[in-house]
Each structure stands twice: as structure tokens, then as C-alpha cells.
Ligand binder design. Structure first.
Ligand code: LLP
Length: 432
């Protein structure tokens, strides 16, 4: 199957880890997110092992919780010894409540509200990844008030085009994130930062985009960053202890996507970084990576109940399901392609071409078009694969649809990780 944690059992049912997907759908209801926590741990260890093997001491992996954020995932990160990339006080709060140490968190984001900056300093967040001068000044001023020195990185834009989807390409010059190098603004910001009394600048950050299969943009980016570091070092004698190159390694959604060897990519990025640093005559900084999708993407699937099948002559066959863009907006937003199958007929031939229709009042609410699945009837269970990243975390209540439950599987056992929203939950914030 698409991922090694998926298989089909003798009953012809899809299996994730060692758990029968049809049984889980009956036990917990649909739509249902299923997350294979063993797979998440396996992915964490791949990163940790590669980093220990190929990168300079002090290098680390930061799990980017924007991909999948619930209390249980941070408990795993605590046990696996990862750091965390958080992007809002909401993610920070979730991680803290899970027992994740604030010191190991890196607070990202291009537009951090003042109250969130204060909250993060109050709880002792390890680093801010600072995006702008205004943010820098706010942190300096509040850290001063609290009589503390706050560690930060500066986020720079290396001006690298990754050719991924425009909406998830983040390293180009004309972009809302970071401070550009080519315009001279990054140098100016480093100089300003070094003057701030309550700030300790110990790293630089860049992130070129997401769902990237080639190491090329990372190698180009390493060169831009090392050149910048060498230039700054010559001019003012400052060196970063850390270079954070963000996340973005791609994940296989369909058989057409390549298999990615993360270990090899990390080895090559590390080797290029060392060669560049020795060529430019600077010490090698510790390298940080911030994977989100490649830690949780292939650990998740979503199961829906088929509610009906509509065949329009000379047009599409529409297979309607009990979820859609509210639990997975990625086809609507990016035209993202997925592999789908009927979990209760997984051994049958998948030769039924269709569009998979969500339940929202919106024609764009599809999970895919030109999808081939087994012949469907009302009541079947449709499984969408590789939904561990950016599904639950991007879910909404559009059309007042409650968010699905998420069940975690682990060594053949299952437990509820996030309970299904109720109608009462939908009203919980209304003042009647
Ligand atoms: N670090 C930074 C600064 C980021 O902005 C991101 C993702 C990551 C790390 C993690 O990237 P990953 O390893 O997951 O590719 N909603 C979109 C993806 C948005 C990515 C945002 N930033 C999607 O569904 O494809």
C-alpha cells in the first residue's frame, strides 16, 4: 500500500498499524480521524537518528505543531525528546498542558499579538523566531520589564523559489514572512538586534516552503544563509550558534509522488553546510529542522460514511460522504490530491471513477475528482489516506458541522485522542 503502516486483512478491511479501520469506524462513528501513534514515533526517531549521525552537535528537530495539534501529540514529543515549533499562544498552551517544557519551544509567526508575546515570556518560552522590527522591540521592552534576557532567532527571507504550491511557498522575496537579505534589511535588523539590552540573538531562521521533494532548495538556501553569516561576521564579528532551516520535506499522497529519503536529505544538507562553512571560513552552526507534515502526515487517515452516489450521464459520478471541506479543506484550497479507497472493500478492484463530494453547501466542497475507488453504495466506508497533517488542524465548523473525533492507535490498541464535537459544543461560545 501507499505507506508501510497500512495493509488489508483477511476480511478485506483496511488496517492501520494493527487496527481494523472498519471496526474503528463502527466503534467511534464517522467521520473519524485515525492517527497511528507508533508511526509518529517512528518518524520522530528517523529525524533524531539522522540528526545525531550527520549534523553538528547541538542540532535538533522541532516538531511543527501546526500540522497536527492536540494534547496527545505533544505528550509523544516529550517522550521522543523533540523540541517544538509553535505558532500561537493556543499551540503554546496546548503543549504546556501536555507537559511539554516551555524552554524547548520556539515561537514562530509573522504577526504575533502583543498579549501572546507577553504570555510566552511569562511562561518562559525558549526562543522567539522574530519576524519584524516591531516584534523585536516589543520583546525587548517586555523582557526588560520582566528583568530577563530573551533568546531569539531572526527569520530571514533567502529569496528561494521552491516551485511548490504558491500558497505554501514562503522563501521568496515578495512574501509576508521574514526580513529579506537582498534588500539589506536583514543586515540592518541584525545590527539593531545586537544593540538590544534584553535580547540574546543566537540564531538565524529561514523556511522555504512546504511539500518539497527535492533537496535542491535547501542546498541553495544553505548557500545564501552561509554567505550572509560570513558577510556579517566579516563586518561586525557576530556569529550565530544556530541555523534553523525550517520544515517542508514532502510526503507521498499518491503513487505519483516520489518516496522521500529524509535521512539522505539531512545527510546532504549537513554535508553541504559543512563544506560551505569551511569554504567561507566560519564555524559550522548547529542546524535545526522543523518538520510537521513528514512527522504526522502518513500517520493519519480519515474514514467517512458514504451517504449516496449520484451518476450524471456524460458527467461526473458523485460519491457523497458525511464530511468534506470542514474536516479536510486541502482539495478546496490547493487542489491537493489524495489516495482513497473503500475501507470495507479494500480487496476489490478500484475501477470506479468519481468525484468525492463533501456535505457543505458549496460546489467546491470536494475531496477529489478523477478518483478511482471500489464500486460504492450508500453505507460503505471511504478512507482517505495521508491525512495526518493539516486536516484536523485546519478543520472548521462551516455549516455548523461538528468536528470529527480523532482516535489514536498504538500496537493494536485504540483510544480516543480528541472526542467528537457535540451540538452543545457548537453553542458553547454563544451568549444566548
Ligand atoms: N516551519 C515553518 C516556519 C513553517 O511555516 C512550516 C509550515 C513548517 C515549519 C512545517 O512545514 P512542513 O514540514 O509541515 O511542511 N496548510 C498547508 C501547509 C502550510 C505550511 C505552513 N508552514 C497544507 O495543507 O499543505
Amino acid at each position: 500500500m501507499l505507506h508501510s503502516n497500512l495493509s488489508v486483512n483477511n476480511a478485506g478491511h483496511l488496517v492501520i498499524g494493527s487496527s481494523d479501520v472498519v471496526e474503528l469506524a463502527i466503534k467511534y462513528g464517522t467521520p473519524l480521524y485515525i492517527v497511528d501513534e507508533d508511526r509518529i514515533r517512528e518518524n520522530c526517531r528517523k529525524y533524531k537518528d539522522a540528526i545525531a549521525k550527520f549534523l553538528a552537535p547541538g542540532s535538533a528537530v522541532l516538531y511543527a505543531g501546526k500540522a497536527l495539534c492536540y494534547t496527545g501529540v505533544y505528550k509523544i514529543m516529550v517522550q521522543e525528546g523533540l523540541c517544538a515549533d509553535i505558532v500561537s499562544a493556543g499551540e503554546l498552551y496546548t503543549a504546556l498542558r501536555a507537559g511539554f517544557p516551555a524552554e524547548k519551544m520556539y515561537f514562530h509567526g509573522n504577526s504575533k499579538p502583543d498579549d501572546e508575546i507577553e504570555y510566552a515570556i511569562d511562561v518562559g518560552v525558549g526562543h522567539f523566531v522574530v519576524d519584524s522590527l516591531e516584534e523585536l522591540e516589543k520583546i525587548d521592552q517586555y523582557a526588560g520589564r520582566k528583568k530577563t534576557k530573551q533568546k531569539i532567532f531572526l527569520r530571514l527571507t533567502p529569496d528561494i523559489d521552491t516551485h511548490t504550491h504558491r500558497k505554501i511557498s514562503t522563501g521568496v522575496l515578495d512574501c509576508k514572512f521574514g526580513t529579506p537579505i537582498v534588500t539589506g534589511q536583514a543586515e540592518e535588523l541584525v545590527r539593531t538586534t545586537l544593540q538590544k539590552k534584553n535580547i540574546l540573538l543566537d540564531g538565524l531562521h529561514c523556511h522555504v516552503g512546504s511539500q518539497i521533494f527535492s533537496e535542491e532548495p535547501y542546498l541553495q538556501c544553505a548557500e545564501v544563509m552561509v554567505d550572509f553569516i560570513a558577510d556579517i561576521y566579516r563586518k561586525i564579528g557576530w556569529l550565530p550558534a544556530y541555523l534553523d532551516m525550517g520544515g517542508g520535506f514532502g510526503v507521498r499522497y499518491t503513487e505519483n509522488d516520489p518516496e522521500v529519503n529524509y535521512e539522505k536529505m539531512i545527510e546532504n544538507i549537513g554535508a553541504t553546510l559543512s563544506a560551505l562553512c569551511s569554504d567561507r571560513g566560519i564555524p559550522i552552526p548547529a542546524l535545526l529542522l522543523e518538520p510537521g507534515r513528514s512527522i504526522v502526515g502518513d500517520a493519519g487517515i480519515t474514514v467517512y460514511r458514504v451517504t449516496g452516489v449520484k451518476e450524471i450521464p456524460h458527467c461526473n459520478n458523485y460519491v457523497a460522504i458525511d464530511g468534506g471541506m470542514t474536516d479536510n479543506p486541502r482539495y478546496t484550497l490547493y487542489g491537493a490530491k489524495y489516495t482513497m479507497l473503500l475501507a470495507n472493500k479494500a480487496k476489490k478492484i478500484a475501477d470506479y471513477k468519481c468525484a468525492v463530494a463533501g456535505r457543505c453547501c458549496e460546489s467546491g466542497d470536494l475531496l477529489g475528482e478523477d478518483v478511482a475507488i471500489q464500486h460504492p453504495v450508500k453505507g460503505d466506508l471511504l478512507a482517505v489516506l495521508t491525512t495526518g497533517a493539516y486536516n484536523y488542524s485546519m478543520a472548521s465548523n462551516y455549516n455548523r458541522i461538528p468536528r470529527p473525533a480523532m482516535v489514536a492507535v498504538c500496537g493494536g490498541e485504540d483510544h480516543l485522542a480528541v472526542r467528537r464535537e457535540s451540538y452543545e459544543d457548537l453553542l458553547a461560545m454563544d451568549t444566548l
